[in-house]
Design a protein. Structure first.
Length: 335
């Protein structure tokens, strides 16, 4: 992006010092103090956001996640439920041909995805009752206006807050990698809470037999829900990477990525909520579990493939550019 210049700077012939008039760079102690203060405020705000997220997460674990500690088998269920999302995130990481991302940045993004999920949980919980009062379309509105935008924004924030600022974030495709990892973190804590809640509910209800039996179904459902988080935030992250290298249109590019992720997320939630009912109304004798499984495999397959095509195209053009650079260097050497 070409920097816009003040009219005074445009017509300056170099004979005047325009510092603090039409141009600026750090020269005095006050300039340097202003830079340090600006950076300090940014770090403080980010630190406060993370501390609040940690506090909320601890509160959530006190109510649900401790079930995994009380019964190690529940912990195994949680780990297994994350495997599909982990595999998909690992594949996105594998497609990054530019340079392998530092492990520290990946772990930090994962943890931020875990932490910021707590914000989404609170906002969703606060908003849901109002939408439940709306007949027929209330939950669809809830998914498109609250769940989708909120959850995709907090996953996007997990990338933007830290990894995005690193020099290692040096290619558009890196955004997809960090987006997938943020989605994995979000899916991990979400699965933990859902499975933990199911186990505690089964214990409190005095479920006949082993309450673990009632938990297996929830763990299986969550294993299919996890990859969606990776796909949606993979798209949002990719466009965040595109925005980083197209600063003149960064805002609209970021919005486009979040819109894609939100629409995919909202459509998925709406479909899995309403589709079994529609199937029953149509008189089709198919188990709701079969309907859910078939839809999720098809939906994630279609949009997972769309993400794959986008990443594959980037990979192809990147490798082509490297071959071109090598050919130019070879020709220069021969000359």
């Amino acid at each position: 992006m070409v920097r816009r210049r003040d009219p005074v700077e445009e017509h300056e012939d170099g004979s005047h010092d325009l510092y603090d008039i039409a141009t600026w760079e750090p020269r005095t102690w006050l300039d340097r103090a202003s830079i340090r203060l600006y950076r300090g405020i940014g770090r403080t705000v980010r630190g406060i956001v993370i501390l609040v997220a940690i506090f909320i997460l601890i509160a959530q674990f006190a109510l649900t996640g401790l079930a995994a500690i009380a019964n190690p088998i529940v912990g195994v269920f949680i780990l297994l439920s994350v495997v599909p999302a982990l595999g998909l995130a690992a594949y996105v990481w594998h497609t990054d041909v530019s340079m392998r991302e530092p492990l520290g940045l990946l772990v930090t993004t994962f943890l931020l995805g875990v932490l910021f999920a707590s914000f989404a949980a609170i906002l969703n919980t606060m908003a849901q009752p109002a939408f439940r009062t709306i007949p027929l379309i209330g939950m669809a509105l809830f998914f498109f206006l609250i769940v989708g935008p909120v959850e995709e924004t907090v996953k996007w924030l997990a990338i933007r807050l830290y990894a995005y600022r690193s020099d290692s974030f040096d290619a558009v495709i890196d955004g997809a990698v960090y987006g997938a990892v943020a989605g994995l973190g979000f899916a991990t804590i979400e699965n933990t809470i859902y499975i933990g809640q199911q186990y505690l509910s089964a214990l409190q209800a005095g479920t006949m037999g082993n309450p673990l039996g009632a938990t297996i179904g929830t763990a299986a459902i969550r294993s299919f829900a996890g990859p969606g988080h990776v796909i949606y935030s993979g798209f949002a992250g990719y466009y965040l990477g595109l925005a980083k290298f197209n600063r003149e249109n960064a805002g609209p590019i970021v919005v486009k990525g979040l819109l894609i992720a939100t629409l995919l997320h909202g459509t998925y939630n709406t479909a899995v909520t309403y589709l079994p009912g529609f199937v029953q109304l149509a008189g089709v004798s198919v188990s709701p579990a079969v309907v859910f499984l078939g839809f999720v495999v098809l939906y994630d397959g279609v949009f997972g493939y769309a993400l794959y095509r986008k990443l594959a195209r980037y990979r192809r053009l990147y490798l082509q550019s490297k071959r071109t650079d090598a050919e130019v260097a070879e020709a220069f050497t021969e000359d």
